[in-house]
Design a protein around this ligand. Structure first.
Ligand code: ADP
Length: 522
């Protein structure tokens, strides 16, 4: 069946429903009618069969040999009138070479000299002519404009063949069948109309709730209104769940939209600061000519904008999955040792003590460049936000499952409230925005370094966290799963590296020994 495409779901549902229901009801009605009619005809057949068998059981025949006519047989049939209840008619036909002759009948058919069913009798005669014993035949025939059921039963009595025919009217059976058909048709119609109407109203109610959702969604689109939510206090069925999902989706879209707006506002704001500075410096250059200080200042602001754009680019690419990590097995202790040397170089000119405290060999599956970028962001912050005279400590530990790198400083610290937000994009604490306080250098960051470190850590299936007390310092920890360390020469290298760090720590030199080159790793 081809359903037109522009039908509403409600109409399609009802059409399918009605079509299937009609097929089921017609099949059921036909089966009920057939079985009932078969049972009714069976009752008639049984009565006919019993009567004929009784006639045969009580029939007698005498050969007339004592009268020297041995072919002659006197057939003594029982009184057939006992079978006339229910309008049954019985006939006994004798079949011989000359043809067939009526040898007895019930009184209600006394004047009727024709066979009850001539066709059936003729068929029996031709069967018997082929030396067969004949067979019981059932037939329907019309007698006096009425429908009759007829049994034709051959029987052999004293080697003489007879065919008994009995008939019963089918009026009652036909009458009952007609009534049954009428009742089935009426009930089918009522069932079809009733269930279709019920289905229609249920579908209408369900679809009405969908219409409400559609209208609300259309309103949101036409009004650009992300705040609207669908009101719903019905049961948690499919429509209820759809409404919930729709509202949750709207929450998410609204949140993402506001994040996006804030992001654009933050980016514009962060770009405006260096741009204003560049314009100021360019004004000075125009008026007084280029001098080395202006050149340095311009370079600094351009570098700041460059960093900002690079960080933004990286986060934007990370967001849409455009960054693929080059992960391979690597020694985390080697990376930490590299970071230690870089930290010392970065802290040059500052009165900061840079040390490595815990240092265990541990191997991870990671992108060395990205992990280095994350750790440099942490040590960069530690240097920026730790006043002179403070210290920065690197730790590398391993647990059963993870490698943990910590960057511990004795700097400004972060309030408990701000600790929840430090990994958000563009977040900066009020303390850090006030540049150059407490002997710290100016904060030239824009609040993206920790977001980048967080993304890199999570891309390594790890976590990043902070513990801090305002005024006492902060500890940033990166925790990523380690891989089993192969038993090879790398432990020896780590021992060698640890020795170098220790020696370095004792001598407090900023320079880093050349002893642990990557080429020494196995
Ligand atoms: P920024 O470029 O401003 O350093 P980050 O995302 O790296 O951006 O850090 C966000 C903010 O978190 C910093 O501006 C600062 O307010 C705070 N912060 C980060 N690290 C430290 C730290 N070691 N000590 C104190 N505050 C910190």
């Amino acid at each position: 069946m081809k359903v037109p495409q522009n039908l509403t779901i409600r109409r399609k549902l009802i059409l399918w429903f009605a079509a299937i229901l009609t097929i089921v009801l017609v099949l059921f009605g036909a089966a009920l009618y057939g079985v009932t009619r078969f049972a009714l005809v069976r009752v008639v057949d049984n009565a006919l069969s019993n009567s004929v068998n009784e006639v045969i059981a009580n029939a007698n025949a005498y050969p007339l040999s004592q009268f020297n006519t041995p072919e002659e047989v006197i057939v003594d049939l029982p009184d057939m009138d006992v079978f006339t209840t229910g309008g049954m008619m019985v006939q006994a036909w004798r079949i011989d070479a000359d043809g067939h002759s009526l040898v007895g009948s019930s009184r209600n058919i006394a004047e009727y000299a024709e066979p009850l069913d001539l066709n059936a009798l003729t068929s029996e005669i031709s069967l018997l002519a082929q030396n067969s014993a004949g067979e019981t035949m059932w037939s329907n025939t019309i007698i006096n404009d009425g429908a009759w059921r007829v049994i034709s039963q051959p029987v052999n009595i004293f080697d003489r063949m007879f065919v008994l025919q009995a008939a019963m009217p089918l009026d009652q059976v036909n009458e009952s069948s007609r009534w049954l058909l009428l009742i089935i048709a009426i009930e089918m119609g009522l069932a079809l109309v009733g269930t279709s109407a019920l289905g229609w109203s249920m579908a209408k109610r369900a679809m009405h709730r969908i219409d409400v959702i559609t209208d609300a969604a259309a309103g949101i689109v036409s009004r650009d209104d992300l705040k609207t939510r669908l009101p719903y206090d019905g049961p948690m069925d499919e429509i209820g769940r759809l409404t919930n999902v729709f509202n949750a989706m709207m929450d998410r879209i609204q949140h993402m939209f506001s994040v996006q707006q804030r992001f654009v506002a933050d980016v514009s704001h962060e770009l405006r600061t260096p741009l204003t500075a560049v314009r100021g410096h360019l004004d000075l250059v125009r008026r007084y000519g280029m001098d080395p200080e202006s050149m340095d200042a311009l370079e600094g602001e351009v570098a700041r904008m460059n960093r900002l754009v690079n960080d933004l680019l990286m986060l934007a690419r990370a967001d849409y999955g455009g960054i693929s990590l080059d992960k391979r097995e690597m020694d985390m202790d080697e990376l930490v040792s590299e970071i230690y040397r870089d930290t010392k170089v970065l802290a040059k000119g500052r009165d900061l003590k840079v040390t490595v405290s815990d240092y265990e060999p541990v191997r991870v599956n990671g992108d060395a460049d990205r992990l280095k970028q994350a750790l440099l962001n942490l040590v960069g912050n530690a240097i920026k936000f730790t006043p002179d005279g403070g210290s920065i400590t690197l730790n590398l530990r391993r647990t059963d499952s993870d490698a943990i790198v910590e960057v511990v400083d004795t700097g400004l610290g972060i309030s408990h409230e701000d600790q929840k937000r430090v990994f958000d994009r563009f977040f900066q604490t009020d303390e850090s925005r006030a540049r150059g306080l407490n002997g710290t250098p100016g904060n030239d960051g824009v609040g993206l370094g920790l977001s980048i470190a967080k993304w890199i850590t999570e891309a390594h299936d790890g976590t990043i966290s902070v513990h801090s007390e305002p005024g006492e310092g902060s500890t940033f920890s990166i925790r990523i799963p380690h891989v089993e360390r192969r038993l090879n020469g790398s432990d020896a290298v780590t021992r060698q590296r640890t020795g170098l760090i220790r020696r370095d720590r004792t001598s407090q030199q900023a320079s880093v020994s050349n002893g642990d080159k990557r080429s020494t790793r196995s």
